[in-house]
Design a protein around this ligand. Sequence first.
Ligand SMILES: Nc1ncnc2c1ncn2[C@@H]1O[C@H](COP(=O)(O)OP(=O)(O)O)[C@@H](O)[C@H]1O
Ligand SMILES: [Mg+2]
Length: 249
Amino acid sequence: MRGGGGAPGVPLLEAEAVERTYRMGGDVEVRALRGVSFRVDRGDYVAIVGTSGSGKSTLLNLIGALDRPDGGHVRYDGRDVREMSDTELAELRNVRIGFVFQSFHLLSRMTARDNVAMPLVYRTSSPKERRRRATEALEAVGLGDRVDHRPTELSGGQQQRVAIARALVTEPALILADEPTGNLDTRTGEEIMGLLEGIQADRGTALVVITHEPEIAGRAGRRIELRDGLVVADAVQIPTRSTPAAVAP
Ligand SMILES: Nc1ncnc2c1ncn2[C@@H]1O[C@H](COP(=O)(O)OP(=O)(O)O)[C@@H](O)[C@H]1O
Ligand SMILES: [Mg+2]
């Protein structure tokens, strides 16, 4: 789904009083999220920040429908993730949300093009069509000349570009990125952020970036801060970007 869809007034993503407790056996519990609420609208650019252990990755797993909350609700277009069938969940994770992780999560034995084509397997398009769209996505991230390379034959920044191409190939409504610059040097990290921002600006894709780096968080239009499993700030901000948003033509 593109940025423009959905019923008016209904947010793309809504977290309402979300709780998650890890039970460690015995009486030991970790209350990783203690009632987190926020909403993300179509085309938003939000940074979620917090120190290590504040609950960022736990929250990403919940809003990415990779894990279930113990309390509260996660909704997409007003629909509770709990009420979705396995097919709907698979569609949500594979088509409507694009994931970008710190460690890229590419399959090392596949070429860049086959990695990018993976999410399209859940749709009915033919192998030829999947290859065409994967190539197009790799061109959009500036890797049109690397389609047959495997991850080990690419730099860290290039691997993250492949992961971004994989995230955008289904034309998702939302890209969820967990520490996308964490394994990259400052300059490459800025390029990666510029690329994600270009997609958000040009395609109207909502962008949620989880980061502990203030410079990265400062680039977003809004900043949500987590502390000890609670939202302690949620405010619009004026982005400070040292590089202009850019995507390859
Ligand atoms: N699988 C798990 N089992 C038990 N505790 C966990 C698990 N994952 C995270 N935690 C704990 O939950 C809290 C939040 O962790 P996490 O969401 O990874 O934070 P962040 O991503 O902000 O560093 C931390 O105290 C962490 O130790
Ligand atoms: Mg984390």
